[in-house]
Write a protein that binds this ligand. Sequence first.
Ligand code: MN
Length: 199
Amino acid sequence: MGKVYTLPELPYGYGDLEPYISEQQLMLHHGKHHAAYVKGANDMLEKLDKSRKENGELDMKSALKSLSFNIGGHLLHSLFWKNMALKGRGGGSPGGALGDAIGKEFGSFERFRKEFTQAAASVEGSGWAALAYCKQTERPVIMQIEKHNTNVYPQFKILLALDLWEHAYYLDYKNDRAKFIEAFWNIVNWDEAGKRLEK
Ligand code: MN
């Protein structure tokens, strides 16, 4: 049997994103929701291992659906935590290569922010908004992700992801997703997104 997935530690304390994300909200989101995706992925790997060992029958379609849902959830949340920064260290606009790429593609950071905000606000049901980068065209693109499925643009590197599942904001903002998106702009970690572009 190979390695399994583990829940990463947050790069800050549970209370460190207040007042934009409350301690209780972050604790539940990381400690319960993200943890459940890690467990779900590991449980499915174990089930696959067991079935192979016993040469048993498995509903591959349903097994792989569950596996990709949980692995996608784990990877997106791992990215999301890094996409936010402690008070005073987040917000603003990106500099460096990422700032240049956004300026070139969208005309201005303000235009990018407007488009990303609209993309985030209009995600249907549970999903994510993300800023990705296409290596072929060398252009940044905004994308919407349904649930946790990131298989829309397989080669695109996600630089920034924003969780828009209700579990990400309901305790703090109830059904006011727009308020949560507005708050996110205060804690967005552009240094991290820029580093991902340069890698
Ligand atoms: Mn989430």
